[in-house]
Design a protein around this ligand. Structure first.
Ligand code: 5GP
Length: 256
């Protein structure tokens, strides 16, 4: 497969055309940003860690019947994906209160959210990704009502699978963000699932294992990403991805 013209550059990824119809190449760059791009850095190998974790999660999800855009890795940082028409929604699933919902609502940091809370934002940096509700999503014609239902069902399924998988590695999936797109009428999970788009806490120590380390200067970001990526993907070699996705064992415990 040959990489062709640049299609799109985001804050941490670049997307290229290829010589194969219906496919694109996503390059995970070493750039990291936070606070709507207000904080920016380039950190060596960061792209590789996020690409590896995303590929691992997409493969596990595919094995469990979730349709994703992931096709294969070209090298450590470049992923071949299905070309999707992206839907400008950020679908966030929250298992514990943290981040913006603690800032915006009277939730205590770390309190469990049962059932998980789905929050959907409009993906538009110029508007600071405002929160939507179902009526707004339908009024904006971003998706049809059945598609919205399907997206929420997929998001909860992804949550159950990833929470279980991470719990086995001693990691709490606090929250994460998904993006979806269409190829024809089929909805696929797109974008990435990585330390940049998830909030992860170590079950024993309560330490942040994700982009919060960068956002809030909590320590060595790259050391954290390296260790977390190894912790998450180590089972890939043993082909245990399928087994690793049982329901969360200690979902009754507080995250920290
Ligand atoms: P919060 O709303 O608390 O800032 O974010 C909730 C979760 O969604 C976090 O895991 C965060 O990393 C992820 N998230 C929210 N917005 C974005 C975004 O624009 N880009 C990425 N990569 N992740 C996001």
């Amino acid at each position: 497969m040959k990489q062709k013209k640049l299609l799109y550059t985001g804050k941490a990824k670049s997307v290229y055309h290829t010589d194969v119809k219906g496919t694109l190449i996503v390059e995970f760059r070493d750039d990291i940003t936070a606070f709507d791009g207000g904080k920016k850095d380039t950190l060596m190998n960061k792209g590789g860690y996020n690409a590896g974790v995303s590929a691992f999660f997409f493969s596990c999800l595919e094995e469990n019947g979730v349709k994703t855009h992931f096709l294969e890795m070209l090298d450590e940082k470049r992923m071949v994906v299905r070309e999707l028409s992206m839907i400008p929604l950020e679908v966030i699933v929250r298992n514990f209160a943290a981040g913006s919902i603690v800032r915006n609502y009277p939730f205590k940091e770390g309190s469990p959210l049962k059932p998980p809370v789905i929050v959907i934002d409009y993906k538009d940096d110029s508007r600071h990704d405002p929160m939507l509700n179902d009526d707004l999503i339908i009024a904006l014609r971003l998706v049809t009502p059945p598609e919205l239902k399907r997206i929420k069902t997929i998001a909860l399924r992804v949550n159950a699978l990833l929470s279980g998988l991470l719990a086995k590695e001693g990691i709490t999936l606090v929250d994460f963000k998904l993006e979806f797109g269409r190829q024809g009428k089929t909805i696929y999970l797109g974008d990435e699932i990585s330390m940049d788009s998830m909030r992860l806490w170590d079950k024993k120590t309560g330490e942040s294992l994700d982009k919060d380390v960068y956002r809030f200067n909590k320590g060595d970001v790259m050391a954290t990403y390296q260790v977390v990526a190894a912790r998450i993907t180590k089972k890939q070699k043993s082909g245990a991805a399928k087994k690793a996705v049982a329901a969360p064992k200690n979902s009754k415990k507080r995250a920290r």
